[in-house]
Design a protein around this ligand. Sequence first.
Ligand SMILES: Nc1nc2c(ncn2[C@@H]2O[C@H](COP(=O)(O)OP(=O)(O)OP(=O)(O)O)[C@@H](O)[C@H]2O)c(=O)[nH]1
Ligand SMILES: [Mg+2]
Length: 304
Amino acid sequence: MTSEKPIKSGFVSLIGNANTGKSTLLNSILGEKLTITSSKPQTTRNTIRGIYNDDDAQIVFIDTPGLHQAKHRLGDFMTKSALRTLASVDLILYVVDATNDKDMLDERVLSHLKTLETPAFLVVNKIDKVADMPRLEQYIEKLKARHAFKGVFAVSALQGIHTDLLKDDIKESLPEGPRYYPETMKTDQPEKFLIAERIREKVLDLTQEEIPHSVAVTIESIERDYENPNLLNINATIIVERDSQKGIIIGKGGRMLKMIGTRARKDILQLLDTKIYLEIYVKVIKDWRNKQIHLRDLGYREDE
Ligand SMILES: Nc1nc2c(ncn2[C@@H]2O[C@H](COP(=O)(O)OP(=O)(O)OP(=O)(O)O)[C@@H](O)[C@H]2O)c(=O)[nH]1
Ligand SMILES: [Mg+2]
């Protein structure tokens, strides 16, 4: 072994209600887009590790699905897997939306935090959108009275306000330890997952109402092109729950699917830094969100 100087390292879980900006915050601290984000609630469905490295620290962030009242087995899986991460991490970042009063004082989360020994930072996000600062300060006082947070931060994940400060304090709070992952590794997720998520993000951006929640994406194959080794051929499938949804995803004359494909291709090109050819199919699996067997096949596994 080399005589490396000791570093700070540990695991940090991001939890909070849907849409509070957990994934945006993670991407901001990592300095690049790892997890997808959207204005629709319940964007993140799996727990995803994002690994931050510098000379004197390694922080393994765990982005989790937003907590919500589950109406489907999928939702149930999402909330359970988010909460399961909490007992075994070094630090919890409880992310709340400064512009949403209901979100700010969520009794369920606060009482759950009390049952844990894991220290927690309160992260009040989206301060760029707050008009009435004194009112926000009052809320923060109320929250502080409800739980002994180890730190309290008012940030904007989107604009990078105070996120460096938060990162430094996270580092400070971690124990000395090893690098759990190689320095070059950015996530525990395979490339296929990251690609599928980029496609799902475009569906979330372009569709409304129940469609975003009814969609899953799988990658059937990724192959280097025989004739052009700089090109990757990617075959993906968008899965929906009903025939009518299939119609919406394809759109008039295939226009919607084309738009999804064009936007996803641009994004995946950045992710992989190589040219790609993207072929997307659309398939109906009736009521997949409520069927254990489909949830497993689509990567929403209880045991992971
Ligand atoms: N104005 C503002 N918007 C933000 C900020 N952070 C996140 N957002 C927006 O809030 C929305 C939700 O962000 P996400 O990062 O997807 O939220 P999340 O908590 O991961 O959501 P789930 O995965 O559904 O639980 C997106 O439209 C973001 O652009 C912020 O600091 N300021
Ligand atoms: Mg998210």
